[in-house]
Design a protein around this ligand. Structure first.
Ligand code: TRP
Length: 452
């Protein structure tokens, strides 16, 4: 049901709230920092020539990414609702369609995210068993993917963990866990980056990662970088709308958005500083696709003192990073079923988890036992990844930018204003990006990417 007036105060009584601004920033950063940083980013950078991809990616995060991130948080806090309900409450008309697009994307991403997180879990155990002392990581990875049931069992275990957290509501669990685990994850990333960079060949890896090679750029590079910026920042489908809906009024949203984006970018750059030196050390091909991180990381561990221990700790932490991200993919769909369709939280969680697992089956099989599950030269999983990250998220982001920039601009300015009611200096620039820069840039990249 639509409210009588879009400006009437939201009925947020009883809605859970983050305990502190830091807690929100850490939970949102926990959503942002995940497999996207360690698995997806190095894989795409490796396939798109390294340094230039990094540069294009950084420009997109600072301009479009940070702006849309703030726009989502603003929508969420203003509406105090799930993504569909938020667009209905603040916009009405056809706007809820943007929410439906987002909920669909969240479900699709969760299905293959669970599969990849399952690999992470499997590798934590393989590190613990000392397997990589005897078996090449590339062979261990191929063996895992070649199996029918093993990756699915791990994906199932991971999705059950995700469901358990979402089952109990999000506030205490996620907020508290992230406050401890995120600093730990960053510490490990830094230690590993130093170890990797000082391996023989490490400098060549860093050169590949940081030195732009302008001969490699084509329209596909921009599409991939845009998709990655949205995927990594968890924007474009309403996850940050959902998290923003648990915010109290009067906290500086602009500062939070910048901190979230900065932490996420730092994690991606550190991951690149681990993966690419390791690639050159182990004489691998940087353009070796979605397995890149899983093949290179155990290689670094094998060369470190106490590498087995580091390996276990790292893959456990990466699983946890994936968990805090997967929660933010599950939660918007659950919030939608609860807020819009009157589901009980437990039922909704169970339904979405089972659905995501079932859809994960063709993804998992497409990389191993059933290569026929493919189209347009991409496996089922790569296809889902492309359609969601490179199409649905940017389209969602475009709609979110237009919505905040044109439809609810006065309300949005009020949301980011300081205690005295003044919007900060950058707010005008932010609105300008949302109104003109983001729509034109996203449309242009989508069109050239699809036709080029
Ligand atoms: N950002 C997460 C990662 O980098 C993935 C993710 C979590 C996500 N929630 C999202 C991506 C919402 C898009 C939208 O691994």
């Amino acid at each position: 049901m639509q409210d009588a007036s879009p400006n009437s105060p939201p009925t947020s009584a009883g809605r859970e709230k983050w305990a502190s601004r830091l807690g929100f920033v850490m939970a949102a950063a926990g959503s942002a920092v995940g497999l996207g940083n360690v698995w997806r980013f190095p894989w795409l950078a490796g396939e798109n020539g390294g340094g230039l991809f990094l540069l294009i990616y950084l420009v997109m995060v600072v301009t479009l990414g940070a702006s849309v991130l703030l726009a989502e948080i603003v929508i969420g806090r203003a509406a105090q609702k799930d993504p569909v309900g938020a667009f209905r409450r603040l916009g009405g008309g056809a706007w809820p369609l943007v929410g439906y697009l987002g909920i669909t994307a969240a479900f699709l991403i969760l299905s293959f995210y669970g599969v990849v997180a399952g690999w992470t879990l499997a590798f934590a155990f393989r590190q613990a068993s000392g397997l990589f002392a005897a078996v090449e990581p590339s062979k261990a990875f191929a063996d895992l993917l070649g199996s029918t049931s093993e990756p699915l069992a791990w994906a199932f275990a991971f999705l059950v963990m995700t469901a358990c957290v979402v089952f109990g509501g999000i506030r205490n669990g996620i907020e508290r866990a992230n406050l401890v685990l995120m600093p730990l994850l960053f510490l490990l990333l830094i230690v590993l980056a130093i170890r990797a960079a000082t391996l023989p060949g490490g400098l060549d890896g860093l050169r590949f990662f940081f030195a732009p090679d302008f001969s490699r750029v084509d329209s596909g590079t921009f599409t991939a970088a845009l998709g990655q910026a949205f995927f990594s920042l968890s924007i474009g489908l309403g996850a940050m709308i959902t998290y923003g809906s648990y915010l109290q009024p009067h906290q500086s949203l602009g500062r939070s958005a910048l901190q979230i984006a900065a932490l996420d970018t730092l994690a991606a750059v550190l991951a690149g500083c681990i993966v690419f030196p390791a690639v050159f050390f182990a004489d691998l091909n940087p353009a070796s696709g979605p397995g890149l991180a899983f093949v290179t990381l155990p290689t670094v561990f094998a060369e470190m003192p106490a590498g087995r221990l580091f390996g276990v700790v790292f893959f456990v932490l990466l699983t946890i990073a994936a968990l805090t991200s997967a929660i933010s993919l599950l939660e918007p769909v659950v919030a939608f079923l609860v807020d819009e369709h009157g589901f009980r939280r437990h039922r909704a969680t169970l339904l979405v988890t089972v659905g995501a697992f079932l859809l994960g089956i063709p993804s998992s099989l497409s990389l191993g036992p059933v290569p026929a599950l493919s189209a347009f030269g991409l496996s089922f999983m790569d296809l889902l990844d492309f359609v969601t990250a490179s199409l649905m998220l940017p389209i969602g982001g475009l709609a979110i930018a237009l919505f905040v920039g044109w439809k609810i601009a006065p309300r949005a300015l009020a949301e980011v204003a300081d205690a005295a009611g003044r919007p900060p200096l950058l707010a005008r620039l932010w609105l300008f990006v949302l109104r003109f820069v983001a729509p034109v840039a996203i449309l242009w990249i989508l069109l050239t990417g699809l036709t080029g």
